[in-house]
Design a protein around this ligand. Sequence first.
Ligand SMILES: Cc1ncc(C[n+]2csc(CCOP(=O)(O)OP(=O)(O)O)c2C)c(N)n1
Ligand SMILES: [Mg+2]
Length: 320
Amino acid sequence: MTSDVPERIEWYRRMLEIRLFEEKVQELFMEGLIQGTTHLCQGQEAVAVGAISALRDDDYLTITYRGHGHALMRGVSMEACFAELMGRTTGCCKGVGGSMHFTDVQRGLLGAFAIVGAGLPVALGAAYSAKLQGLDRVALTFFGDGATNIGTFHEALNLASVWDVGVVFIVENNLYGEYTPLRDTTPIDDLAERSKAYAMPGVVVDGQDVDAVHAAVAAAVARGRAGEGPSLLEMKTYRYRGHSRTDPAKYRPEGELARWQERDPILLLGGKLAAEGVLSEADQAAAREEIRQLVDETADTAKQAPFPTIEEIRSYVYSA
Ligand SMILES: Cc1ncc(C[n+]2csc(CCOP(=O)(O)OP(=O)(O)O)c2C)c(N)n1
Ligand SMILES: [Mg+2]
């Protein structure tokens, strides 16, 4: 599947937006404006952008604690994301969710999950409900390589196949679960192979190449929408930073980060668009500057919003 030029320029901008947003998140964290922890997705931007651009507005998705970029790509406003991170009432969860719980049900974003593997059964349930209602909606669920060794991964793939529902399982294989390399926990290199046990297609995808991600997800989404069942897509990717803000990632072999940065998703698409003559290097530099400014201004605006009162916080604990 080939996508049109304006759409790919938009993907370029969205990846840059996520990269620079995350840069700012780290800065705000160091300034003490973000409590708790953060898990940045720098290096993995092509997965969120390529995949979510293949969805319709009425589809569903679940994401993980490494999901700021996915929420931005789904259309949660940058201000609502910054505000949520800083615990302000204008956040997407009114400031009571924080970094690991970005949720926007109106946009089909059913939740970001801090429990590894917890989003898969939720996506399964959403897709099953669509099937029961005769709707051709699909659900994407994003999770890490580590989650493929969690029981819910196997349970969700199994039931999705038995019930023949439109779930697209997207594993973001960034080679590490916290501080442990995948090879120490998992006996296979290609996690897509696990699809065989559940009789669904399994595809290994270059997760650095947004064109490849989009094409693979669009095909799996079309399959799900047509009532042909679930798919497992494995995105080979890499996180540039450590697992979370306290992790300097010293366990990584020397040179590994630099090797992955040579195939940086933004550089890769930028190189293609420049070679095709549709977005010059000067245009790319201008876009970076414009987005950097937007990120700075939006973070400043988000900082002005109030914190919720104790009464407001308590009012969301139980539903009537
Ligand atoms: C059920 C469960 N077990 C353990 C943890 C602690 N934990 C948080 S993130 C993480 C690593 C998960 O790695 P992966 O699935 O590869 O995702 P990544 O962080 O690389 O995106 C672990 C073990 C948890 N949150 N939930
Ligand atoms: Mg991982």
